[in-house]
Design a protein around this ligand. Structure first.
Ligand SMILES: [Zn+2]
Length: 254
């Protein structure tokens, strides 16, 4: 997807305007959990057309933004200190920070349990050691660990779906990125990006995002045929999508 991104403020509303080759006519509105309106517009939409749309819906947009900001404010951002709970595959782990050589290790209370499939709960401890265990250094090690785990597990889930009839038995090109406003994307050229933060959510929600993006390789839009295809392979995708909304605040974690 070729994107041209521009930031505007319309009637005190922060707007991120994305011009998108894939969009032909209508504009799409979405919200960043940090409190920005995201407008997906066709390439030829002018700034003034976009401003007119925002202006027309300003009341409703302000109302939605206030709600999103207040929900986000209730979620404490990680402080990277011992005792706090960190998320992995929808399970919580107690963080233990100590001084020593750099390492990250996860101890499950129940090693038999498959975390990817499990019913969520507090599952054990994540130990991080660093010669200088400041919040900043702990965050660096933790995010590095999340990135490694995401690469491994999201890669496995993409491979799991490789026998879909339009894939020729191979995973399409993909990458991971920490993103603030979307769980995944699929470019017109067929490149998939998955949000590294997905590794914090339950396995069934990861599978939903992976399949959603893979279906975009067949249909590059959210039309009827796209949803028909998604439903064929995952009949309960809509419930999973709703469940994923509960995890939106993790997109704010840095
Ligand atoms: Zn989509």
């Amino acid at each position: 997807m070729e994107l041209l991104v521009k930031h505007l403020v319309v009637d005190d509303i922060p707007v991120e305007l994305r011009r998108n080759k894939r969009r032909k006519t209508r504009m799409g509105l979405a919200f960043d959990p940090a409190g920005t309106v995201i407008v997906d517009a066709p390439m030829d939409a002018s700034d003034s057309e976009v401003c007119a749309v925002i202006h027309e819906h300003a009341r409703w947009l302000r109302h939605r933004l206030a709600k999103i900001r207040s929900e986000a404010a209730c979620v404490a951002l990680p402080r990277h200190e011992s005792g706090e709970l960190v998320q992995y595959l929808g399970n919580a782990f107690e963080l233990l920070v100590s001084a020593g050589g750099q390492s990250v290790s996860l101890t499950h209370r129940d090693p038999q349990l498959d975390l990817f499939e499990s019913v969520q709960g507090i599952r054990g401890r994540l130990t991080i050691t660093h010669p200088e265990p400041t919040a900043e250094n702990v965050r660096g090690l933790l995010n590095g660990w999340y990135t490694r785990m995401a690469r491994e597990i999201l890669g496995e889930r993409l491979a799991y779906w490789r026998h879909l009839p339009w894939l020729d038995g191979e995973s399409p090109p993909w990458r991971i990125r920490f993103m603030r406003s979307q769980w995944g994307s699929c470019s017109a050229a067929g490149k998939i990006a998955l949000n590294t933060h997905l590794i914090k959510t339950p396995g069934r929600l990861i599978d939903y995002v992976v399949l959603h993006e893979l279906c975009h390789l067949r249909h590059h839009n959210h039309g009827r045929r796209f949803y028909g295809l998604l439903t064929k392979y995952m009949s309960d995708w809509s419930a999973r999508s709703t469940e994923l909304d509960r995890f939106l605040p993790v997109l704010l974690h840095e």
